[in-house]
Design a protein around this ligand. Sequence first.
Ligand code: SAM
Length: 343
Amino acid sequence: MTKEKSMLAPALQSLPAISGSTPLARAVDYLRISVTDRCNERCLYCLPEQFQAWTPREDILTYTEILAIVEVALKRGFKHFRVTGGEPLLRRDIDSFLRDLIQTPGVETVQLSTNGTRLVELGESLYAAGLRRLNISLDALDPDRYRAITHGEVGPVLAGIRHVKALGFTSIKLNAVLIRHQNEAEIWPLVEFAASLQIPIRFIELMPVSLTEMLTEKNFLPVGEAMALLAERDKLLPWEDKMGHGPAKYYRLKRTGAVVGFIGALTNLHFCEACNKVRLTSDGQLRPCLGHHGEFDLKPALRPQVDQTRLSAFLDQALAEKPPEHAFRDNWQPHRIMTALGG
Ligand code: SAM
């Protein structure tokens, strides 16, 4: 990808923030854990179509190694965990891992991010493992549009969403990445679908976190524009309920009753002020910020055997070096694909 093509940055620098926010002391208590870089979809903005450079299996952390990191994180005040990927439901025995994570003393919440393609098959075993929180990606309802964006089929995903809703998962959220010329016309149908199931939906701005051709200013659709499109049909009322541990700003639509969140990573200039998370990549790199290249390799503290003191020191270092804000607006160039980083 050329530098010019990747630039989401310059025109964005002058954009106003979409909403105010209170500067907070950032208590980092949330770890996103990528369990695999493999995925069974090829979203235009995420995984380059021909991509084959998967992390060698022996470099992927074992569940035991991940749980050792969780133990250390808990001692440092972490409470909230999200399991992601790649597509986490592709990894073998993910339900047993989730059970172990959920049952670890001190763990308060565990969420799973998924593309939803395997939820009909795995919903029961995830529920039986104790999981109650799911974020499901859904960029379009129209089958052709969904296929154009993800190279996958929407039918099994919609069936999966209905299935987990019926099973009684208590927190289900839908996520749609906004892409100009791809899914503007899907915004309202997605909101209506989410409202019909009483599930919140969040719209996410395209971020320069992968190596695909999609990440251009031409394809960038600010959340403010999505809000304006929705405002043509319904009234957006600020929704103050705490809806999780992330940076979304929520609104309730007056007539439809839909709860809609907006994740304006680029246009919300206050986006990073309350950032409470760090990421663990599937190959054992601790990454304090998605929009910075800094990573701390935890492998020397895990292999040949776990060294808790060293792990703890790495975690302290990562927290100390967490940048005040991402560098996305500053012509930032990704150097890894999103599935390796863990979305
Ligand atoms: N496979 C799972 C899924 O589909 O949700 C988890 C991994 S995926 C990388 C996590 C989230 O990152 C998804 O909601 C996806 O849409 C989002 N994502 C990936 N690339 C992105 C990009 N360039 N900009 C914004 N969001 C992105």
